[in-house]
Design a binder for this molecule. Structure first.
Ligand SMILES: Cc1cc2nc3c(=O)[nH]c(=O)nc-3n(C[C@H](O)[C@H](O)[C@H](O)COP(=O)(O)OP(=O)(O)OC[C@H]3O[C@@H](n4cnc5c(N)ncnc54)[C@H](O)[C@@H]3O)c2cc1C
Length: 561
């Protein structure tokens, strides 16, 4: 990552200012040979062995499912993991007993990877939540069960640094990082994995020998391929990731606060709604095209607009509103005008007057005051956005989702189909949304093969999401979202092909349909859509570190033959 894309001078100044007060944590073993016996960080981790929770335990039902109630497991037991040694012992026992396992950290997987009928033991990291500074690696170490917002708070309050991670507070580090990790700071600072220095992984060979490996990004590290696989190769593929270390590539010195990016002090924030009742088809078309055109023009790695990101919930007519949240680094010169120009560009010619965001919309709470752009501390902005979790808040939430990366603006055909589906007065779901997320900027300063996150030339990405509660409505909602996707991408065989306009899908928004010929009729393999040319290398890594395919799920990387 070119240092000019991160305001290094600001980062160093801010880092130095807090270095004196930063607590330096427990040193961790960098030597793989001793890692397994290293107690690790945090008192609970040091406690050693987590509970084994079987069907008679009152906690069992709670732990047989994650965030998407379409997917329930009936395992023999759930094993809570409290340390690297506990992880090793648990894998060894499961392997010897011939048990099918799955791995879970934050439980936010939207597919069936962790909870499905074949799983016999769920290995659960949600009690390993430590965040600390490790002077041996000059890096921040984060355990897999930590939740994103807790990580942001700990990193910031301890050292005034951060990671450009996701919006939803309760997403777990274990899955988020291994899938790439993206958030509203990513246009300025890159993906989370662009700051990944090392990962500790419990692996098992064909003879059942279990060991713990630390893989770093150092060029001469013989385990470097395992580090690379954790920069977007997806969770549940190679072993148990027990903890991750983060240090920005251009960081120097030994001051903890200099080893990661510092967030802006203030965010200039804006929230507006556009009411469906005010929108014609022409207005909707203009709005979508404005969003795409602006991102196409303003997403180069050196654009000043890398400091601005939007989360735009294009809800159905049944919800009533389209909700646009935008934030820009409030410390950069001209931030107010840059934001004003952006909002004018997005709403130009739509024939509808933006109104205050008075109604919750997906991960956006009602933010009526932000109709007037407002400065706030960046951590308050991070706390505000993503606090409502439309999936987590509904204990019965059943979710269908699909994703697409865009390198260029929507085509006329795509916008026409989006209008047809989202404006349909007969589709009564208020909890169905197309989330448009700003992408590009610093993310695109990395070459595609350098990390396993292959989408490095997109300017925005799209998450299609529908949520319902009743199991008997599964077919209806899944048919709706499948039909939407196929029709929107009809010009490219029903999927966001790797092409001029689109660039495939995001593995952290896993869509099992893409691996199913009934729903992906494009002839394009699912793994090409998600990993592009990086898949061949992922398969080699898989063969080396998990040759018996012990860690697997419905969209896992297959060992190379
Ligand atoms: C409401 C919501 C909001 C989201 N917002 C964002 C966002 O803003 N940005 C973004 O990039 N993504 C976002 N995501 C996607 C999120 O990053 C992925 O769902 C992520 O994989 C979740 O990680 P987890 O640990 O919580 O999930 P889990 O269900 O625990 O795991 C997900 C996958 O990772 C594997 N895994 C988990 N822990 C480990 C481990 N320790 N070792 C090896 N494999 C492991 C699992 O086996 C599974 O395959 C969001 C998801 C939801 C539900």
């Amino acid at each position: 990552m070119a240092s000019k894309h991160i305001d290094r001078r600001t980062m160093l100044t801010r880092g130095a200012a807090v270095a004196g007060s930063a607590a330096v944590g427990t040193a961790l073993a960098a030597d793989p040979a001793t890692a397994a016996t290293t107690p690790g960080i945090g008192t609970r981790t040091a406690a050693g062995t987590g509970a084994t929770i079987g069907p008679d335990d009152p906690r069992y039902d709670l732990l047989t499912n994650g965030i998407n109630q379409r997917f329930i497991a009936q395992p023999d037991h759930i094993k809570m993991i409290r340390s690297t040694k506990d992880a090793e012992d648990s894998v060894r026992a499961a392997y010897r007993a011939g048990k099918r396992i799955s791995v879970r950290s934050g439980g936010h997987c939207l597919a069936d990877f962790t909870c499905n009928p074949e799983v016999e033991i769920i290995l659960d990291f949600s009690e390993m939540t430590g965040v600390d500074y490790d002077p041996r690696f000059r890096a921040f170490v984060v355990e897999s069960g930590a939740r994103l917002y807790n990580v942001f708070e700990e990193l910031y309050k301890g050292w005034a640094v951060t990671l450009p991670g996701g919006v939803c507070h309760s997403v777990g580090v274990g899955g988020h990082v291994s899938g790439g990790g993206y958030g509203l700071l990513s246009r300025a600072y890159g993906l989370v994995v662009d700051h990944l220095y090392a990962v500790e992984v419990v692996v098992v060979d064909t003879r059942g020998k279990v060991r713990t490996v630390i893989a770093t990004r150092e060029k001469d590290d013989p385990n470097r391929d395992l580090w690379w696989a954790h920069t977007g190769g997806g969770g549940g593929n190679f072993g148990l990731a027990t903890r991750y270390w983060f240090r920005s590539p251009e960081a120097t010195g030994t001051v903890p606060g200099d080893q990661l990016v510092s967030p802006p002090t203030t965010m200039l924030t804006s929230a507006i709604d556009i009411r469906w009742e005010d929108l014609t088809e022409a207005g909707f078309t203009r709005l979508m095209k404005n969003f795409g055109a602006w991102h196409e023009a303003n997403s180069a790695p050196d654009s000043v607009y890398r400091h601005l990101s939007s989360l735009f919930n294009v809800n159905t007519r049944a919800h009533g509103r389209l909700s646009l949240y935008t934030q820009i680094d409030g410390d950069i010169p001209g931030a107010d005008k840059l934001l004003d120009d952006y909002l004018k560009a997005i709403t130009a010619g739509i024939g509808a007057r933006p109104t205050a965001m008075t109604k919750p919309s997906g991960e956006l709470a009602a933010m009526p005051n932000l109709i007037e752009p407002t400065r706030m501390h960046w951590l308050k902005a991070a706390r505000m956005v993503g606090a409502p979790d439309p999936v987590g808040a509904n204990p019965e939430a059943r979710v269908g989702l699909k994703s697409a990366y865009f390198k260029k603006n929507f085509t006329d055909h795509q916008v026409a189909e989006l209008y047809r589906y989202f404006s349909d007065p007969d589709f009564g779901s208020p909890d169905t949304t197309m989330v448009l997320l700003s992408f590009g900027g610093t993310i695109n300063s990395i070459a595609e093969p350098d990390t396993a996150s292959a989408q490095r030339s997109s300017v925005f990405k799209v998450l299609f999401q529908t949520i319902w509660s009743e199991p008997e409505q599964d077919d209806y909602y899944m048919a709706w979202i499948r039909s939407l996707y196929e029709d929107v991408f009809a010009e490219t065989k029903g999927v966001p092909e790797i092409g001029d306009v689109t660039d495939g899908c995001y593995i952290n928004y896993p869509d099992m349909d893409m691996a199913d010929d009934r729903f992906n009729r494009s002839g394009i393999p699912w793994h090409f859509l998600f990993y592009k040319d990086n898949y061949a290398r992922l398969r080699k890594v898989k063969s080396r570190w998990d040759p018996s395919d012990f860690f697997r799920h419905s969209m896992s990387v297959k060992p190379a033959r």
